[in-house]
Design a protein around this ligand. Structure first.
Ligand code: ADP
Ligand code: MG
Length: 359
């Protein structure tokens, strides 16, 4: 409801976490040329923290006193925001800290959350400098609202928090294989898709889910200070509860659970998704799909019309929770575009766990 909205104070103090290696390597230049002049006009003072290595932003937001900042801004790709979210969730005071609004400014090659927020705000579909300008304008306006996160648990005991999506198979392969083309910016995904199409593979495993229609969102009844509990999940060593659906087929080309509208700047995968819809939008592609049909799906995703193709191999279901049990440690898994070792994983939605600048 309307009570979920807030506005940044003025003057406003922003900590900007910037990855100079993101995307085509121009994040710092773009920040100074495009972002800083606009923020100065809006009375938003910035302190820039330039990351020197992977995990640097994670440690920074996990360990430091953040009380002097009104907002944490990430000028990078989705990967750096993923570090920030997980660093914040490791803090003892995570519950208070997660009330601090986060802002994403597209500086990477994978800018899915920035593209999604631009879409939710009702702006035209744009990329590159125009997307950066739109997202900076959203920060200048200062309106923020809540965003759902998904808690993921792996068989080896990892617990991760994700704001964008979890994937396995084709789409994750494209994401990771195309890392070597990151200097091309968003075009890396087009090139990667064509390359992965050439060596199309089938992945074996079991997929189960809790459909969104069948359950209310669980109420938060956690002990103060404890991490939010996954009340919809049972341990991975036990079978899924009887009211879950188990997909009968066990051969997939890809499984992708997305919780934002865009998978990339040109990929409108879940047109119905919203920042706090309490939903995981689960897509899976069954084995047997032809290369041509798969290419058609990816081309249609530019406009979000892939479900209109009525491809019998493509399935979509809104869920609250899911479990994926790969038969072998085959294929790449990704969380918010970052690689994860292939192993059994399950996840559930946690409604409104953080806040983002949203226009
Ligand atoms: P892109 O969208 O281009 O992938 P991201 O911001 O998602 O850009 O960053 C990709 C990865 O780079 C993340 O895993 C992050 O941890 C890592 N990273 C952050 N800072 C640096 C740095 N200074 N040098 C190299 N890698 C970094
Ligand atoms: Mg990335």
């Amino acid at each position: 409801g309307g009570d979920s909205y807030g506005v940044l104070p003025r003057p406003c103090r922003a900590l900007v976490l910037l990855n100079p290696q993101s995307g085509a390597g121009r994040a710092l230049e773009d920040f100074q040329a495009v972002v800083q002049p606009m923020l100065a006009e809006a009375d938003i003072a910035t302190t820039v923290f330039v990351t020197e290595r992977p995990h640097h932003a994670h440690e920074k937001v996990r360990d430091e006193d953040l009380s002097q900042w009104d907002t944490l801004v990430v000028m990078a790709g989705d990967g750096l925001l993923y570090e920030v979210v997980n660093g914040l969730m490791e803090r003892l005071d995570w519950e208070d800290t997660m009330k601090k609004p986060l802002c994403i400014l597209p500086g990477g090659s994978g800018n899915a959350l920035a593209a999604s927020i631009n879409h939710y705000a009702g702006n035209d579909h744009v990329a590159k400098k125009k997307l950066l300008t739109n997202c900076t304008f959203i920060l200048c306006k200062g309106l923020h609202t809540q965003m759902d996160l998904v808690s993921l648990s792996t068989a080896s005991g990892k617990r991760l928090f994700s704001f964008l999506g979890f994937g396995w198979g084709f789409i994750s392969d494209v994401d990771i294989d195309s890392e070597k083309y990151r200097r091309l910016g968003n075009a890396r995904f087009t090139l990667g898709t064509l390359q992965c199409l050439a060596k199309l593979r089938v992945y074996q495993g079991r997929l189960s889910y809790l459909p969104a229609g069948h359950s209310a969102l669980p109420a938060g009844t956690d002990a103060p200070g404890a991490l939010p509990s996954d009340s919809l999940l049972v341990p991975l060593c036990q079978p899924v509860p009887p009211h879950w659906t188990v997909v009968p087929e066990e051969e997939f080309v890809s499984v992708y659970a997305i919780y934002q509208s865009h998978l990339g700047t040109n990929l409108l995968m879940a047109p119905a998704a919203q920042l706090h819809d309490g939903c995981i939008h689960l897509f899976y592609l069954k084995a047997g799909i032809s290369r041509v049909a798969l290419l058609k799906i990816f081309l249609a995703m530019a406009r979000g019309t892939h479900l209109d193709l009525n491809c019998p191999h493509l399935h979509y279901v809104p869920v609250r929770a899911f479990r994926l049990e790969p038969r072998a440690a085959a294929g790449i898994m990704t969380v918010d575009g970052e690689a994860l070792a292939c192993e059994p994983v399950q996840g559930q939605i946690h409604a409104r766990l953080c806040r983002v600048l949203s226009g």
